[in-house]
Each structure stands twice: as structure tokens, then as C-alpha cells.
Design a protein around this ligand. Sequence first.
Ligand code: ZN
Length: 470
Amino acid sequence: MAIKLYSLGAAEEVTGSKHILEVDGYKYLIDCGAFQGKREEADKKNRDFHVPADELQAVILTHGHYDHCGLMPLLAKHGFEGNIYATPASRDIANLIMMDSARIQNRDREYLSKQAAKRGEHFKWTPLFDEEDVVNTVNQFVTVSYHRPILIGPNVELEFFDAGHILGSAMVVFTIKKDDGSVKKVAFTGDLGRPNKPIIKDPEVIPAVDYLVMESTYGNRKHESTDDALKILADKTKELIKQKGKMIIPAFAIERTQELVYYFHLLITKGIIPEVPIYVDSPMAVNATSVFQVHPECYDLEIHDQFLAHHQNPFGFNSLRLVTSVRESKELNNINGPMVIISAGGMCEFGRITHHLANNIEDPTTKIMLVGFMAANTLGRRLQNHEPEVKILGEWFKVRAEIMQINAFSAHADYVESRAWLDSLDTSKLKGIFLVHGEPDAQEHLIKYLGEKDYKPVDVIRYGKEYVLD
Ligand SMILES: [Zn+2]
């Protein structure tokens, strides 16, 4: 019985996760994510869809991030009729993300084709998928909770373990029964999370496996601790209240926004900061928060002790206001501080955050808190670099606001945390570790660091190359 492994995305790069495990000729696709990056290049890579959709036995989703689920709606269009296995929370997050993408793509198309028509040009670009494709995909999902092993094909069983990355994120352990009665186990970490993240559980210990396919995004980085982050957040909020200013936090709608809401709730409940109005201004973030509310099975012990045990809702409290309409969003401009505004997008390039920045950046009582990764050439990166003047929505503004940065919110394990997680496992029968989802520099560093503890052989998966797991 042959067991093979190959990758069609996230091999020596960090987006577009698509890995295939083949057992006795049956193909299992682990994640079907979209490539992200420069618009044209990403569009081309996403359109060249190499996955043999009509030959797949089943699809498994590790978590709902776009670079893991973004191309799922193409599977049915290419002939896949089987099941997509995911945890219930991952199904819901993926549903939101895929639907949001369909809407944006189709609105972009409408807008750009109108613009082209005005110029007398023919506009050719078509969206990758639409809302109906997403509905069809969601109908293929079969949700499986953590620790509920299930048979997904001849001699192949799947079990999900918490990856501690985002709500619902899972590591997948495949148990393969061989003809001679022996058993082989192959695990995929998906994106590996970190211990002590708020809301969700720590990455779990998985059973002893023969092969491990592991992510390596931060194979050469070490993160700050979350305790320091909480202290900075508390100190700066107290300052803000005294100055009656506005704190503006650009954040991704899923996970980061809920973590911030949770932290503020925690600081208020513990009496560390006084009540202060907190506005979540993003329709997507408001929808995502309701997904968090209906999945308490994903919460960690801390959230249970702090909130559930006292019959409180961690994502709903007196000073929290959820803003969805454009009118309410604009009104925030006329309300005096102190207040905290958490808004999307995360890198300050698009969305309502741009308006809040434009309206407040020249006011010295404003605090802009950067909490995520800011890619090169984004407004977020310019703020991070403390540029004295920045262009927002086509106009120049002097940066008089205080710019602050917290780097502790990453959802990916750094190299120390990755090795510590490996140390917690029974690795007695581990024959190989394959690295995916990382840039070459990060992978090289991680291999060296794992090698110090004799984790070998560690291989970097190359795009399309077949690896035989015997
Ligand atoms: Zn992820």
C-alpha cells in the first residue's frame, strides 16, 4: 500500500495551502487556499487551478483563513462531489470568508467593467467564483468536532486536534491501516498556534506519528509575550481616558478584533482600567464576533473561569458598541473621546479605518495602536516607520497622533514555540518532518534550530514533488 505526499501550494511560500496525501490511489486534499500577494500575480496563480478536483476522495480544511479555504468554491466547479471535513467553527469562519471574497470580487467586476465601458473599452476579467458557488461548497461540508475520529476513505481515519491558531483551527491526524494490519500515522499541523493566546486553547499534544507536515511561517522569528502587550494596552488606555482622546486600532476582522474586545473586557472586569466606550466598526468583524459567540466549545479555561462561570458573555459588555451602518460609522467623528475604535482593514489600506485615520491623525490626543503585521508599501507600514506625513484617501496629513506598536498578537508559533511543541510530543516513531508554509529563510533557520535537538530528517517540501511515506 503506497502512501504519498505532495504540495500544490504553500511550498516554500506562505499562502495558497494545498497538500495532497495519497493512500492506495485515493487522494485527500488538505486545505485549498488562495494565493495572496500582488493582485495580478495572485490572480494568475489562483486561476491556474492544478488540483485534480474530480479525483479527490475527500477534502479536509484545517482552518478558515483565506489562504487555506479561499479556493474551495472552485472544487465543485471542477468536478469534486465529495465531503469537505472541518470543525464546526472552521466551517462557519470559512463560510464568512468565502462569501466576503465572492462579494468583493463581484462588486469589483461590476465597478471596473462600468469604468471600462465609460472609456469605451471591453473589460475581460471575471471573478473566480460567486455567492452561489460558495453556497454549493458550504453544502459539501461535514463538520467533525475535535477528538471524534471518523473514517473518510478506505482504511483512512481522520481526527482533529486543536491547533491553537484561530477559532476552530485544527491539526489533522490521519491513521492509515495497512494490509499487514500495521498502522501508519501522518499529521498536518495546518497553521500552528501559540500557547497563552486569549480566547482559544493552546496547541494540543497529538499522538505519536510517523510523519509530520509542519508549518514554518515564523521559523526565524521570536514574538513578544502577551503579558507585556496587556500592560501596554492598559497603560495607554488610562492615558487616553485622561486626555479624552481617541484610540484607533486597525485590526483584521476575524480573531484579532475579538482578541482585542476580549482583552478590553478582561481589563475592565478586573478593574485595571475604567469603563471606556469601545466601538467595533466593521460589518465583517461584527459578523465574525457572532461566530465566536456560538462556539464556546473552542474557548480556553481562562475565558471559562473569567466569564462563563459567572454567566457573562465575553464578547458583549456595557461599553462595547457594534457598528455596522455607514451612518453610525460617520457619526463617530462627531462624538468626543475618550473612546476606542477598532476597525478594519488590518494594514490601513482599505475600509473604514482609512476614514478614522484621516479624521484623527492630526490630533495629538489620538493614539494609533498597530497590532498586526504591516506589509511593505502599505499605509500601516508608513505609520510604523513614523513617517511625518502620510497620504490617506488621496490627501496628505501631518502625523501628530501617537503611533504605538504591539507585536505580541501573532497567531503563528515562533521557532522557539514550534520546537517546544515538538518537545511535548511522543516522537519515538517519528521518521520525518516536512516543512511547508514558510519562506526559504525561515525554513532554513527552523531546520537548524530543530537539528540542535536532533529532529531529523527535516525536509522542505518542494512544489509538486512527490514524497513516498513508507
Ligand atoms: Zn492561518
